[in-house]
Design a protein around this ligand. Structure first.
Ligand code: CS2
Length: 436
């Protein structure tokens, strides 16, 4: 079968062809994985289609491997997205840079007005800054030198206050004249992104080829649902994302907290407690779905505020329905990765809120204990703190809880010293380990 490309696009059904063909690269994206291709790239294409403004082609950069560049370059950066039964080739990506390619030159180009990032939680650790954030700062330095104009830099990672966090890490790496320039020319809006995007499998590629009639090695499978809430603080021009379904708001925090805690918190609980291979399998078990409901209703929802008039009950039901989607082969192992970087905002912040309000967050404690069991027993633990998490062989539940609670990159002193939380964790871990 021939490969997807501009030249072979005529073989693709008209309704599955790209909505837009950008003429200029106006967006640079760091971390061009499946999530970006199924989320921001789709919004950007829709924005161009809605307005006819074709200046928003994307230059996507990979951080660690040449894999995406190798897959997309022979396809003129075209790739298919299947969401439910709808399949379409997306045309917003114009260029893919491999880790060693020159990103700074793109960031210094005057037509670049927006940078988006999906570099995962671990890239925001202070010790990770030579990575993606270091590359971003080199680009900002080149842009300042070229006096190429204002720039909006949007973190699309699942962290609370992702914009301010990124701004802080960038500032730490800037020398004073550059820092001045950044303060005058660059904004870092916060954003909340949501779309479940499982890692693409060979079966997905085969299915995409059957649907498109051409081979597509960059294909992504996702769910119909998609959401993007962006803080409306742009330094200059931007794609008309608001015309493509994104919500531009003054304060992202209520959305971000709701999503990080209810969706991502539940995801992590599924990853560490369900024992299932796929998310959908876990939530089809009525007992496990019952646990998720109680986790959300009793421990997570009470910590959410600023959502007046929002249908929280409906949101929670929709999450369970999204998790149950049998068309998504979403492996729990994909979610279990990098727990040390995910737990604080997903489960520990709400635990702290509940404890401060005088309640026992027992369902959160059970999920955190599930993570403790995972990090001490998983044969191939994938986490930047793996060496410290693993421990040295079998130990009592109390000893494991004490040892892990002492890791201050994960647990703040107030949680570590909270006897109620410690007891809940020890009791839960005890029960989880004797049950097996
Ligand atoms: C997941 C997220 O892998 C994970 O940690 O919880 O990637 C989740 O699927 C997305 O945030 C959904 O928007």
């Amino acid at each position: 079968m021939v490969r997807l490309s501009r030249a072979t696009l005529a073989r693709v059904a008209p309704e599955a062809r790209p909505l837009a063909e950008p003429r200029v690269t106006g967006v640079v994206h760091l971390g061009i994985g499946a999530f970006h291709r199924a989320h921001q790239a789709v919004y950007t294409e829709r924005a161009m289609a809605a307005t006819g403004d074709d200046r928003w082609g994307i230059c996507g950069a990979s951080q660690r491997s040449t894999d995406v560049a190798d897959r997309l370059r022979p396809q003129d950066c075209l790739y298919g997205v299947r969401a439910g039964e709808e399949t379409r080739v997306v045309g917003s990506v114009r260029e893919v840079l491999a880790p060693d390619d020159d990103l700074a030159v793109r960031l210094a180009a005057p037509e670049t007005a927006v940078v988006t990032l999906t570099i995962t939680e671990r890239a925001y650790r202070r010790t990770s800054r030579p990575g993606a954030i270091g590359r971003l700062v080199s680009g900002l330095r080149a842009r300042a030198a070229a006096d190429a104009g204002p720039l909006t830099v949007i973190s699309c990672d699942n962290l609370p206050g992702n914009g301010a966090t990124l701004a802080g890490l960038v500032a730490d790496l800037c020398e004073p004249p550059l820092l001045d320039w950044v303060e005058r020319n660059v904004t870092f809006p916060a954003s909340m992104v949501d779309r479940i995007v499982p890692a693409t499998t060979q079966a997905d590629l085969d299915d995409m080829a059957a649907r498109l009639g051409v081979t597509d090695l960059g294909a992504v499978v996702t769910e119909p649902f998609t959401q993007w809430v962006i803080e409306d603080s742009f330094a200059g021009d931007r794609p008309a994302w608001d015309k493509a379904g994104a919500l531009l708001v003054a304060d992202v925090r209520p959305y971000e907290r709701m999503k990080l805690r209810l969706l991502n918190g539940s995801h992590s609980a599924i990853a560490y407690l369900s024992g299932a291979t796929y998310v959908s399998e876990a939530v089809r078990d009525p007992a496990f779905a019952g646990f998720l409901r109680r986790l959300m209703d009793e421990d997570l929802s009470p910590t959410l505020g600023g959502l007046d008039g929002f249908d929280l009950a409906g949101y929670k039901e929709s999450l369970l329905a999204r998790f149950a989607n049998p068309g998504l082969r979403h492996r729990v192992a994909q979610i279990a990765v990098d727990g040390s970087q995910k737990l604080p905002q997903r489960l520990l912040d709400p635990a702290r809120d509940r404890l401060a309000a005088g309640h026992e967050p027992r369902w959160i404690a059970l999920a955190v204990a599930g993570w403790m069991r995972h990090v001490t027993t998983a044969p191939d633990l994938d986490d930047p703190l793996a060496d410290r998490l693993r421990g040295n062989g079998p130990s009592s539940a109390a000893a494991t809880v004490n040892r892990l609670l002492s890791i201050d990159e994960i647990f703040t002193p107030d949680l570590r010293e909270n006897e109620t939380f410690r007891a809940l964790l020890t009791d839960s871990l005890q029960r989880l380990t004797t049950r097996r």
